[in-house]
Ligand binder design. Structure first.
Ligand SMILES: Nc1ncnc2c1ncn2[C@@H]1O[C@H](COP(=O)(O)OP(=O)(O)OP(=O)(O)O)[C@@H](O)[C@H]1O
Length: 851
């Protein structure tokens, strides 16, 4: 049996409790890792792997990093999806009997890391917890540990829907009980999300939730809080009560649609450029940027609430100077939410407190500017801004104007805040002056010019008088300390008293200052709630200002809402496409969905602008329901409850689903959940399967939506056969995106017009894409053939065999023909590039010519 040294035994004991984390074990000035942790971490962090004797036969693998540079290493590990448990010495090694006590003081995980170079303060970083409920529902609770926000919502559907929602919220970590852990494990493994298990019981203290949170959601909140307490081991006072996100108050946009519409992340590379967020983000603070993301994620679905925002935006648009003044003031405001988080978790620095104070100083100006505006609504908005006087008073009195980053080296607390600290400072700053003064006084008093004040480590400060001058001194005032060959050294009570102060001034001053700073920081905890509420109002103001700025810059108009279902957008634009191109080239298009005509079937060639048109309608609806103006000349909108999209290109590679399967799943989700008040966008449904399959599915879906749901629907298709559906479906209207043929080439007009398109121009687009002329000409020939054949088939006498008819007549075919047919049948068109297709066709032609 292996016997380890006591220290390694202690290590193993601690490690057993943190199996899923790298254990950073503090030894002196280093964090050491042992065994497998060391092997893996040395690999990931590219640090040297060594070994040490641990009492057993084999040496133990080990690697270490200096504690003062640990932050970067921890962040690297955590960003790569690992957890790090920090184990500190929790007693002074000088007084410890035997082995020093060590305890894990914090576990840093992908969902709980709040500071670091890779953390973007402009976005929320949520950690979530999920709990499975009955009827295919989950409760999903999530918290941003840095800002203290906590929310809880229902997710309906299967685990895929849950994972999609978790991803849409950008969570890096999700905590569940064991049972759900097993269910989710596989789906999560392929993603950038860490699945953590929490089987601990919550403490009996009730979880803080806003009053209307349903009871069945509390377990999810409890799992999350238990996990956070277990890992953070610090005060979580800044966590706000869980807010229940009620889907009925919100325009719900499922995760796929969020992605398809590129609301927050671009499909191409996941960046913010080219997204709605990118377009609308002119916020001045990180709090504002985060709030904007949340608003885009959850637009409103309550007419009064939407109108309230629009009213404020309208007032702000009207008053350019006010807007500029408010923006200037907001730029001075730091991230009050993250500052509150740091205060509560005990890692705020003096500089953080100064930033908080400086921010609070701006509030009266902001309030005043809003009040002076004369707009009634802005005036009542100003009343919501809390000046947090007590907090400001405390910070004004205590925190120096420009404190340093370090919290232990002084310079944080203001002069005059604490008498004793002032004395220390006086002593250390003026110590030398004071001594010089004393020397001067003593010389005057005694008349001894050579009298001096000196210092040594044994006796401290002393007055030195040469032996020849001693008779001039009043020795009753002095106490002799040391005799030298030609001088005596004395001390006085006054000198000793000052000496204490001078000598210890700096060290003790720093200690005292640290204590005072901690006290102020603790005292600030009492004010956190108010500061957080203020932050929330400020971030709202920031986003509304951003809306006003963007709306004016891009000539957006205020949308009108009504209680019906009709939707009218006159000369609308896709705001992002418009911003990215020369604005004068963008062709505006209207979208009219009347009560008795609320399904558009859109035809038109590839590249004509069908998707752009559909997306612009969805973006207009979303912008209007977050309270922003919209890109068109006029908009009259219903309050939409849900948006569903099935738009190509965003194939979910990570989930391993085939394109067609994804398409069908998204369609199913839309059809199962949509209501009469929803907006459905279906882009080329069914193109992922054979023509007849696809067409039949598309038609069946349209019929279902028309008869059973009645939602406002935009449907684009390549199947011209579907355009006849308007004969059977009353509310279906054909429109097409116009293109023209000029000198054998297609010219896109990007204009949506009444009626169905007359032809599909697919071959023209292939020509535009640069396919060789020989192929284009051949394709045209084939098309003509197919078209005439179809007419012929309809007239029952087939003049030419189709490829597939030939199958039955296999006896007429040569071996070469069969090889080509075989190859053609097995070709997976969806996975071919045009170049590959061309090569294949050339090969087949060669083969056929041989026969
Ligand atoms: N209204 C418009 N004004 C100007 N340019 C436009 C307009 N609409 C679309 N475009 C341009 O045309 C390009 C193609 O548009 P879009 O992707 O919407 O076509 P599509 O018909 O959906 O094509 P496909 O059927 O191949 O998916 C866009 O990238 C954009 O640059």
């Amino acid at each position: 049996m292996t016997t380890y040294t006591p220290m390694i035994q202690q290590y193993l004991q601690v490690k057993a409790e943190y199996e899923d984390a790298f254990l950073f074990f503090r030894l002196g000035d280093f964090y050491e890792m042992f065994f497998n942790d060391a092997i893996e971490a040395s690999n990931i962090l590219e640090i040297t792997l060594t070994s040490r004797d641990g009492g057993s036969a084999d040496r133990i693998p080990m690697c270490g990093i200096p504690y003062h540079s640990a932050e970067g290493y921890i962040e690297t590990l955590v960003q790569k999806g690992h957890k790090v448990a920090i184990c500190e010495q929790t007693e002074d090694p000088r007084v410890a009997k035997g082995i020093v006590r060590r305890e894990v003081v914090k576990v840093i995980t992908p969902g709980t890391i709040t500071e670091g170079k890779t953390i973007d303060a402009n976005a929320n970083h949520f950690i979530g917890a999920a709990d499975q409920l009955e009827d295919d529902r989950y409760a999903l609770a999530y918290v941003d540990l840095a800002t203290g926000e906590g929310k809880v919502e229902f997710v309906s559907g299967d685990e895929r829907t849950l994972i999609a929602e978790i991803e849409a919220l950008g969570m890096k970590e999700i905590v569940v009980r064991e049972r759900l852990h097993i269910t989710l494990n596989e789906g999560m493994a392929k993603r950038d999300i860490v699945l953590s298990m929490e089987n601990g019981e919550g403490e009996n203290s009730p979880i803080a939730t806003e009053s209307e949170v349903p009871d069945e959601m509390k377990e999810a909140c409890e799992i999350l809080i238990t996990y956070l307490k277990r890992t953070q081991k610090s005060s979580l006072d800044h966590l706000r009560p869980f807010e229940y996100i009620q889907k009925t108050d919100k325009l719900s946009i499922d995760a796929n649609s969020m992605r398809n519409l590129e609301l927050i992340k671009s499909i191409r590379n996941g960046s913010k450029e080219g997204t709605l967020f990118w377009l609308l983000d002119e916020t001045a603070t990180a709090m504002g940027a985060r709030k904007l993301r949340i608003w885009i994620h959850q637009p409103l679905a309550d007419k009064t609430a939407i109108e309230d925002r629009l009213e404020l935006v309208s007032d702000l648009i009207e008053d350019y100077f006010l807007r500029e003044e408010l923006k200037m003031s907001l730029k001075e405001v730091y991230d009050l939410e993250r500052l509150s988080g740091r205060i509560s978790m005990g890692n705020a620095s003096g500089r953080d407190l100064a930033q908080l104070r400086n921010s609070l100083r701006c509030i009266p100006n902001l309030k005043n500017a809003l009040f002076q505006s004369g707009h009634e609504r802005l005036q009542s908005f100003s009343e919501r801004l809390d000046t947090c006087e007590e907090a400001l008073k405390l910070l004004e009195a205590s925190v120096a104007e420009n404190p340093p980053l370090s919290v232990k080296e002084g310079g944080i607390i203001k002069d005059g805040f604490n008498e004793r600290l002032d004395q220390y400072r006086d002593a250390s700053r003026n110590g030398k002056e004071w001594l010089a003064g004393l020397e001067r006084d003593e010389r005057e008093r005694t008349g001894i010019k050579s009298l001096k004040i000196g210092y040594n480590r044994i006796f401290g400060y002393y007055i030195e008088i040469t032996k020849s001058n001693i008779h001039l001194a009043d020795l009753t005032r002095y106490e002799r300390k040391q005799t030298l060959a030609n001088a005596e050294r004395y001390i006085t009570a006054e000198l000793k008293e000052k000496e204490d102060l001078i000598l210890n001034a700096e060290a003790e001053g720093q200690d005292l200052e640290y204590t005072l700073f901690c006290n102020v920081r603790d005292e600030m905890k009492d004010h956190i709630r108010r500061v957080q509420r203020l932050a929330s109002v400020l971030s709202e103001l920031d986003v509304l200002l951003s809306f006003a700025t963007v709306s004016e810059k891009y000539r957006y108009v205020r949308p009108q809402f009504h209680d019906g279902r009709a939707l009218e957008i006159k000369n609308g634009r896709h705001p992002v496409v418009e911003k990215m191109m020369d604005q004068s080239l963008y062709v505006p298009n209207s979208c009219i969905l009347a009560d008795d005509a609320n399904m558009l079937l859109i035809t038109g060639p590839n590249m004509s602008g069908k998707s752009t048109f559909m997306r612009q309608v969805a973006l207009t609806v979303i912008m209007a329901q977050i309270g922003c103006y919209v890109p068109c000349e006029f908009a009259k909108l219903p309050v939409t409850d849900q948006i569903f999209t099935r738009i190509g290109a965003a194939d979910d590679l990570a989930s391993g689903q085939s394109t067609f399967m994804m398409e069908m799943m998204e369609s199913r989700h839309a059809i199962a959940n949509a209501t009469e008040k929803s907006l459905l966008l279906f882009d080329e449904i069914g193109r992922g399967t054979s023509t007849y399959d696809g067409m039949s599915l598309a038609q069946a879906m349209m019929e279902f939506i028309h008869d059973e749901i009645g939602a406002n629907t935009l449907f684009s298709t390549h199947y011209h056969e579907l355009t006849k559906l308007d004969e059977d479906l009353d509310r279906l209207v054909n429109v097409h995106v116009a293109a023209m043929e000029r000198e054998g080439r297609v010219v896109f007009l990007h204009k949506v017009m009444a009626g169905a398109a007359d032809k599909s121009y697919g071959i023209h687009v292939a020509q535009l894409a640069g396919l060789p002329d020989s192929i284009v000409i051949r394709a045209k020939e084939l098309l003509d053939n197919f078209e005439s054949k179809q007419t012929a088939v309809n007239e029952t006498s087939a003049t030419q065999l189709s490829f597939f008819d030939m199958h039955d007549e296999s006896d007429l075919m040569t071996d070469n023909d069969k090889t080509v047919l075989d190859a053609l049948e097995k070709t997976d068109l969806l996975n071919l590039t045009p170049m590959q297709a061309m090569h294949l066709i050339m090969d087949w032609q060669k083969e056929l010519k041989k026969s």
